[in-house]
Design a protein around this ligand. Structure first.
Ligand code: NAP
Ligand code: GDD
Length: 325
């Protein structure tokens, strides 16, 4: 019989890439969607899996809907990708962020504990949990947490609950501590996609400027398609564990801007970029750089797409969206 997986956050960025991978591996994929008058399937359409998923309705804020799904589906694997994932919004909507990102995973863990204890659970943890902390300039599984946003704090809670349910009840639960990963279907608010979309518009004469916040922040950016493979691998191991996933390369927002403009043949990007304080945050995470040696060693995982290839892939996709040949 085909293995089954419940994927929350199926309409986001990672959900479609993960669904595609699982379907190719022969899984039956159940995708959790909230109730919408008009759900947006464009990311699933982009990846080409819209019609291959069984959609189930529920909400991370609604415990009963999650309990009922686990009770009735008994999935082999649950990938909890759903979140209020935009850091900036978490400063203004801290309670909502906490409910979705902290209590949502707790509801799923309890549902698994009570109704389906053999179900394996993946929690989408994040490098944002490290915040200000680093170990000689990088972050790995041993680096302590010092979150800098309500988003980061909410994810620390979910991280430890995931560990705790493993230690307390022997559940197969794993945290993927993923560093920033991007793609042509990255949400438009996130800085990479905002830049590539803006650059495409400027190239095509549809915009004159690109307004950004802190250009000095550094991130370890990889390709989402590579990272969902790591999620899958974590649940295929003999023993559950937690893994840092990233490229080991760090670039500033400024470098991303430079590379994106360069890819359309513009060297003097400063003419187009306006610094706008509304895009700055009350507290910033200055520098993220992964040391993903454990994933390389135990999962045999490494990223395939380079920084330059990622920037080019995203700019090209945005140019195509606006109709450029
Ligand atoms: P994303 O594009 O923002 O997708 C998040 C998904 O969560 C959306 O599909 C959204 O549904 C869903 N969601 C939000 N609130 C919900 C609720 N109350 N009930 C049910 N679903 C809800 O995020 P992503 O980039 O794919 O990231 C996936 C996960 O990895 C997130 O948990 C994120 O925090 C984490 N993460 C991401 C990165 C990264 O760089 N991308 C790095 C580390 C960790 P709607 O479509 O209905 O809004
Ligand atoms: N969004 C945004 N918009 N960010 C900007 C802008 C802007 O106009 N200008 C500068 N930045 C800076 C932010 O201050 C931050 O330092 C950096 O660009 C990256 O911002 P985002 O792309 O919004 O991502 P993030 O690093 O805050 O969070 C993402 O990665 C986390 C993993 O480290 C999200 O995907 C999180 O959900 C994820 O956990």
């Amino acid at each position: 019989m085909a293995k089954t997986a419940l994927v929350t956050g199926i309409l986001g960025q990672d959900g479609p890439y993960l669904a595609d991978l699982l379907i190719k591996k022969g899984y039956r994929v159940f995708g959790l969607i909230r109730r919408y008058s008009n759900p947006n399937f464009s990311n699933l359409d982009y990846v080409g899996v819209t019609n291959e998923i069984d959609y189930v309705e529920g909400d991370m804020n609604d415990e009963a809907s999650l309990l009922n799904l686990i009770r009735t589906l008994h999935p082999d694997e649950v990938y909890n990708l759903a979140a209020q994932s935009f850091v900036k919004t978490s400063f203004d909507q801290a309670k909502l962020t906490t409910e979705v990102n902290s209590l949502g995973p707790l509801y799923l863990l309890n549902a698994i504990k009570f109704f389906s204890p053999t179900t394996k659970f993946y929690q989408a943890s994040t490098s944002e949990m490290f915040g200000l902390q680093h170990t000689n300039g990088y972050q790995d599984e041993q680096t302590p947490f010092h979150p800098r946003s309500p988003y980061g704090v909410s994810k620390v809670y979910a991280y430890w609950m995931t560990v705790n349910y493993r230690e307390s009840y022997g559940l197969f639960t794993a945290n993927g501590i993923l560093f920033n990963h991007e793609s042509p279907i990255r949400g438009i608010q996130f800085v990479t996609r905002k830049i590539t979309d803006g650059v495409a518009k400027i190239k095509l004469g549809l915009a004159k400027e690109l307004r950004l916040g802190n250009l000095d922040a550094k991130r370890d950016w990889g390709f989402a398609g590579d990272y969902v493979e790591a999620m899958y691998l974590m649940l295929q191991q003999k023993n559950p564990d937690d893994y840092v996933i990233g490229t080991g390369e760090s670039h500033s927002v400024r470098e991303f801007v430079e590379a994106a403009f360069k890819s359309i043949g513009i060297a003097d990007w400063k003419k187009y970029v306006v610094i706008d304080p509304q895009f700055k945050r009350p507290a910033e995470v200055p520098n993220l750089k992964a040391k993903a040696d454990k994933a390389k060693r135990n999962l045999n995982w490494k990223p395939k797409v380079s920084f330059e290839e990622l920037v080019e892939m995203m700019v090209k996709a945005d140019l195509k969206r606006y109709g450029s040949k």
